[in-house]
Every structure is written in C-alpha cells, then in structure tokens.
Design a protein around this ligand. Structure first.
Ligand code: PEP
Length: 253
C-alpha cells in the first residue's frame, strides 16, 4: 500500500505574515489528517515561518526549487542543505514553470535530484507534456524523456525515495483538469517505465497528479489505481479547499 500524498505548491504567493494566517487555519482543520501525508511548499521567504509553525505537527514542509551545488557564488539560489537545515523534508524539482520560464532542462533537474537525495530531501519530481505535445500524440515520449533525463544514474534504492508528479502543462492554472482516465493512463505509463528501470521499486514510488486539482475533482482522481495523491497549486492557498482535497473520499479504489 502506498501512503497517499497531498502537496500544496504555493508558488510565488504568501508573505511570511500571510503564511502564519493560512497555516493557523490548516493546523486546526488538518489536526487529524488521517493516513494522508500532507506537505506545503511555500516560497523561500516563508519557509522559516512554516517550518517553525509546523514543527511537531503532521504537516511537512518542502521547498519549490533548489540549486544542485552545495554552496558558492550562485546569487539568488538556495542549496539542499539550507532547506534541510530549516526543517524541510522535501523539494519540488523540475516544475514546468521552472522549465518553461527559467530554462531548466533535464540535465539540470538530474543534478538537483541527486543533490536533494544526497542531502536527505525527498524530491517531488514534476514531469508533463504541453498542449502542443499532447496534440501531436507524443505525451508518453515526452514523459519518458523527462524521466530518463531526470533520473539518470539513480539506483533503485534511491528511486524508491522519490515522489513523482505528472502535471500536464495545459492543465496547470488553467482550470482544465485531465480526466481521471487521462491522468491514470499517463501515470500508469510512468509506473510501467519505473518497473522497466527499477523492477519492483515501481510499486513503492508515489505518483501524483497535478493540474487544476480542486475539492470538486479530487475524489475521481484518487479513485484511479495508480494515482497516489495530488500536487495542488491555486487550490492549496484556500484552507477550506485544501482541507477537503486532503480529505478526499474514495468508494472503490
Ligand atoms: C502546480 O503548479 O503544480 C499546479 C498543479 O497548479 P494548479 O493546481 O493551480 O493548476
């Protein structure tokens, strides 16, 4: 059994003061989160506030990005050790906004995955195709290229520590969600790829769906056999929405 994960990607939202308010609400509403792993990923400037407020609770904190080097002349960057020292347990890597807006390629994401694991952080590796690629019928090929690139040189033992988020770019922040069947079909492919690369480790890796997940569509997504949770953008900024997403209801899984 894979433990479900619901992770909130706050992107460039929430000052430290706003973080205090939102986390106050979430701590109350998620005091008993059940058997779901809950993660929030605030911007760098709110991480210290989040880590100190959430210490000793069941809500974990992650970064949204990091550099692969340990330290040095990399103005504006933060390292895995800096995230870890604050109390972060995981970090989003290879988000499509990083790839498209900031030029991250698979080789950079690969270095980040290795650095995060070496520092004891769980990478939440994002992959997914653009609308153009989906229309060209190359969704699986794009996901395969991103997986091969990001995970190059990783052992099965290291791969077991990953969380992967399949996030079709056309569904991010657009209000357009992949149907549960579409999401299952690609995520099933990702698991099959993991099985080819790492054998039975494929059964332990949590694979999330991301892209306009809301309280109103989470139940259908979580009913799919290979979908182990969600990476949630916009809806994670609203305590009520996010709480309902964490408390997804599945009849037959
Ligand atoms: C994301 O950015 O990871 C995301 C899934 O965003 P949204 O839920 O807003 O589409």
């Amino acid at each position: 059994m894979r433990r479900p994960v619901i992770a909130g990607n706050w992107k460039m939202n929430m000052t430290a003061s706003e973080t205090r308010v939102l986390l106050g609400q979430l701590k109350a509403s998620l005091a008993a989160a059940g058997d779901v792993e809950v993660i929030v990923c605030p911007p760098f400037t709110s991480l210290a506030e989040a880590c100190s407020q959430l210490r000793g609770t069941a809500i974990a904190v992650g970064g949204q990005n990091m550099h692969w080097e340990e330290k040095g002349a990399f103005t504006g960057e933060v390292s895995a050790a800096m995230l870890k020292d604050l109390g972060c347990t995981c970090v989003i890597l290879g988000h499509s906004e990083r790839r498209i807006l900031f030029g991250e390629d698979d080789a950079m994401v690969n270095k980040k995955v290795h650095a995060a694991l070496a520092a004891g952080l769980t990478p939440i590796l994002c992959i997914g195709e653009t609308l153009e690629q989906r229309e060209q019928g190359v969704t699986q090929a794009v996901c395969r290229r991103q997986l091969e690139g990001a995970l190059a040189g990783l052992t099965a033992g290291a791969a077991a520590r990953l969380i992967i988020a399949y996030e079709p770019v056309w569904a991010i922040g657009t209000g357009r969600t992949a149907t549960p069947q579409d999401a299952q079909s690609v995520i099933g492919y990702v698991r099959a790829w993991l099985r080819e690369a790492y054998g039975d480790t494929a059964d332990t890796v949590r694979i999330l769906y991301g892209g306009s997940v809301k309280a109103s569509n989470i139940d259908g997504l979580m009913a799919q056999p290979d979908i182990d949770g969600a990476l949630v953008g916009g809806a994670s900024l609203d305590a009520g929405e996010f709480t309902r997403i964490v408390r997804f209801e599945v009849q037959d899984r």
